[in-house]
Design a protein around this ligand. Structure first.
Ligand code: PMP
Length: 429
């Protein structure tokens, strides 16, 4: 039986009259995988429901935030309660410190922090404060890592930038991109060479410690440790962009999982429980460079928004209380889906490389190891597109790009694992 998508198609036409490509974020378009992007009406637990009444198992979780599942009663109640006391104050309130303390309990390197409204703002601001503190100009990033859409970070970026083959964005002057050094991930020699070339002028290294935005890339043994000791030796700051990995790979994110303490950390997604939140923070001496204490400026009308803080506190609070069961459960469910589908692929002669850590993973349509973006780019994206369309038809919604990580949440269980493996059996035929 083929899906009916009449309502979604009509909503798409309506949206195209308003929004470029019909979307408010390019990664929502299904251009690279083909097929129609369903318009959603609601979501509950592990399931998405579209405007035509089709149901899908959700494997992108709003691109990461929905680790507890959709419309979780305690998060819904927290938002409702906060909304009744006003959607916004534009002044300080206790909800900010409540979420801030929860974050610092889980991620002790966040000695001081500041809330913003997106991951983009968090990374942009972290880099500004790193430059202000070090009084240096260059920033090292890695090919295939995505750190939001601030001008200086759209250089050889991942996510939609990789999906749509845009190496650097039009509209970013070369003079701005000049101070961003994009190096291959998992290659320490490249970082050493950059430090030698720009001696005393590299402010920071920013990276996704485990990459999600090139598809999932896992750091080689010793890689993160080497970045830590190099930055320390060179007087540069190490910034972990944990917008995706924060509260996902462990309660304390990738930095807990790998035992590395960055100078600054950025987070978003899960810390907002589905509402627009970002946060950046870290060393007190660095963060105290920010206005009103110091000369680095950064601000936001809706920063620390009461609804967003409430949703974040409800989500993070639950993760803290139940970390001992939640993380083992989502890791195990992910292992079953990732390995189960990989086995189906192997049985049907499709050669995949599965990269997985905790509850994030990618099936790369290439038989070779994928350790950096160049490896990921060798994937057969047409075959991925066929697989994606077939899985959608079977009611399984994977992120619509080879260069994105898939996610699992607490609401996924045995039933969803079995359905997904059965769907893959049909998709790979
Ligand atoms: N950093 C990382 C690692 C991300 O995955 C993202 C978003 N996918 C961002 C930054 C940007 O966050 P936002 O979309 O909230 O601006």
């Amino acid at each position: 039986m083929t899906r009916v998508l009449e309502m979604s198609r009509s909503l798409q036409r309506r949206a195209e009259g308003l929004f470029p490509g019909g979307v408010n974020s390019p990664v929502r378009a299904f251009r690279s995988v083909g097929g129609d992007a369903p318009f959603l009406e609601r979501a509950q637990g592990a399931y998405l429901y579209d405007a035509d009444g089709n149901r899908y198992i959700d494997y992108f979780g709003s691109w990461g935030p929905m680790v507890l599942g959709h419309a979780v009663p305690e998060v819904v109640d927290a938002i409702r309660y906060a909304a009744g006391r006003s959607a916004s104050f534009g002044a300080s309130h206790a909800g900010e410190a409540e979420l801030g303390e929860l974050i610092r309990t889980a991620v002790p390197s966040m000695e001081r922090m500041r809330f913003v409204s997106s991951g983009t703002e968090a990374t942009m601001s972290a880099i500004r404060v790193a430059r202000g503190f070090t009084r240096r100009r260059y920033v090292i990033k890695f090919e295939g890592c995505y750190h939001g859409h601030a001008d200086g970070l759209l250089v050889k970026a991942g996510s939609g930038v990789a999906t749509f083959g845009i190496p650097g964005s039009a509209g970013v002057p070369d003079e701005v991109a000049h101070f961003t050094l994009a190096l291959p991930y998992n290659d320490i020699a490249a970082v050493e060479a950059a430090f030698a070339k720009h001696k005393g002028d590299i402010a920071a290294i920013i990276l996704e410690p485990v990459v999600g935005n090139a598809g999932t890339l896992i750091p080689k043994a010793g890689y993160l440790e080497a970045l830590r000791s190099l930055t320390e030796a060179e007087g540069a700051l190490l910034i972990f962009d944990e917008v995706m990995t924060g509260f996902r790979l462990a309660l304390g994110g990738a930095q807990q999982r790998f035992g590395i303490k960055p100078d600054l950390t950025t987070m978003g997604k899960i810390v907002g429980g589905g509402l627009p939140v970002g946060v950046f923070g870290g060393r007190e001496d660095v963060m105290n460079m920010l206005a009103p204490l110091g000369p680095v400026y950064q601000a936001g009308t809706l920063s620390g928004n009461p609804l967003a803080m409430a949703a974040g506190s409800a989500t993070v609070g639950r993760l803290i209380r139940e970390a001992g069961t939640i993380y083992p459960q989502i890791d195990e469910t992910t292992r079953q889906v990732a390995e189960g589908v990989a086995q189906v692929a192997a049985d049907t002669g499709v050669r995949l490389t599965t990269n997985r850590l905790g509850s994030m993973w990618t099936w790369f349509f290439t038989p070779d190891a994928v350790e950096n973006f160049e490896d990921a780019a060798k994937s057969d994206t047409a075959a991925f597109g066929r697989f994606h369309r077939a899985m959608m038809e079977e009611g399984v919604w994977l992120p619509p790009s080879q260069f994105e990580a898939a996610f699992i949440g607490l609401a996924h269980g045995k039933d969803e694992v079995e359905k997904t493996i059965a769907a893959a059996r049909k998709a790979f035929v």
